[in-house]
Design a protein around this ligand. Sequence first.
Ligand code: HEC
Ligand code: HEC
Length: 449
Amino acid sequence: MKKLASLVIFAMVFYLFSCKNDVTDLTADNALIESIKEHSKTGELDWYIMPSSTDYANLPNQDPKNPVTAAKVALGKMLFFETGIGLNPNKTVSLTTYSCSSCHVPEKSFTAGRFQGIADGGVGFGVTGEGREKNAQYLGSEVDAQGARPLPMLNLTYVRNALWNGAFGSYGMNVGTDNAWGVTDPLTGINKEGLEGLEANNHRALITHRQVINKEVLDKLGYTPMFDEAFPNTHVNERYTLQIAANAIAAYFRTILTNEAPFQKWLKGNSEAMTLQQKRGAQLFFGKAGCVNCHNSPSFNNQRFAALGVKNLFQSGHEVFRTDENDARNKGRGGFTLRDEDLYKFKVPQLYNMKDVGFYFHGASKNSLREVVEYFNLAITENPDVPQDRIDPLFKPLGLTPSQVTDLTEFLENGLYDPNLLRYKPSFVMSGNCFPNNDTKSKLDMGCK
Ligand code: HEC
Ligand code: HEC
């Protein structure tokens, strides 16, 4: 009898508790829905929902000259990881040892797994890129490395102007910047060809990262039939080229979407996909913390540049190559457009799957998302070289309490985290080589024959 009574009481308490939870969740959901609608460009929640990766017709910002097809995606997915096209290294010892993915490792949300990526002139991989080092036979000035932390190859279909300074792409924010094309960086001359950002950038990247595409190479590695299938309407004289390889990689990029993240599932109507804490964090993102005032799109990137006064890579305290106080990258958008009002402004980046990256802002000056949130909360700049009157007026103290900082961090770390990015990594490349890297040390690290 006593046992039954306690069972009944337990059941009642359990019922009340779960009911209270439901009510709290419902209130949190409704408040969040209202805040989100206020910032949605259509006034509706679904503006923030990403398409499925195979819904090619609905992938935004495609280049009309390069519509996404399954054959292009399959080809781009291999070329991006192909070490066999690494045929233009600074020293022959590095032939076919590196790829695009040397600096864009899928396990690290397609960043390098370290503060700076090294492709040609690097050896080793570690577990997820953290073990890559300069080859002792190279001078620091000879390696392929850039003066910024690599951007993640995620949700790029929302990016119209590639790089932190937005230099690549003929449209979007680059309309009216023609006078700078080919001036500050000769490779930006490619914008004159009327290309979207990914198509222009990837062509540039294949050159910068010392890779070779031609009929002979493609025949040897076994890619020629894939080029034929993916680009049947391109004349054979133009088919086996850097630009066509760039187009295939761009198509692949447009399908890499974090559309299985809890917040995406929640937007699609699954209230339980996010925890109550993540919902509180999202409420802050769209409300009190004001993050959405800059980060506003399905990926939370934006066609907008802002100065936050963060450190540059050479100031980050890490050992870095090929960058110093004279690097044009330090000037941000202004280093490309040469306009005074663009000085020190960097692109508003996407925010999904940042938990795995480990180094934040263009100069890798922060090591956790909590530090990033605290930087925004205090709004005290860290780079003395950036004058205060250049700082974005929206960068101002937020007055978040420590528990609010925790909630917002939790939303970023786990609410915006797609746990299954490896679906975008190929199981092999045509050369049969190891990837992301193919040098002896990397192969040992990766357990690759
Ligand atoms: C040596 C390291 C390295 C290699 C190799 C590399 N990248 Fe990158 N990538 C970077 C860095 C660093 C950035 C950011 C640079 C900047 O914005 O100033 C970047 C940025 C990008 C962007 C811009 C993304 C955005 O959101 O604007 C794209 C696209 C890209 N890389 C594609 C490629 C492709 C395609 C290849 C191979 C052809 C490649 N990368 C190889 C380091 C690398
Ligand atoms: C004034 C516009 C603006 C506001 C407001 C803003 N951001 Fe950003 N955010 C940026 C820009 C620009 C960058 C890149 C800055 C750089 O690296 O130089 C950035 C970078 C980031 C990064 C690092 C991304 C990376 O690839 O390293 C995170 C995370 C982030 N913001 C989160 C937030 C959160 C959370 C909030 C709200 C508390 C917020 N941002 C508010 C403009 C803004």
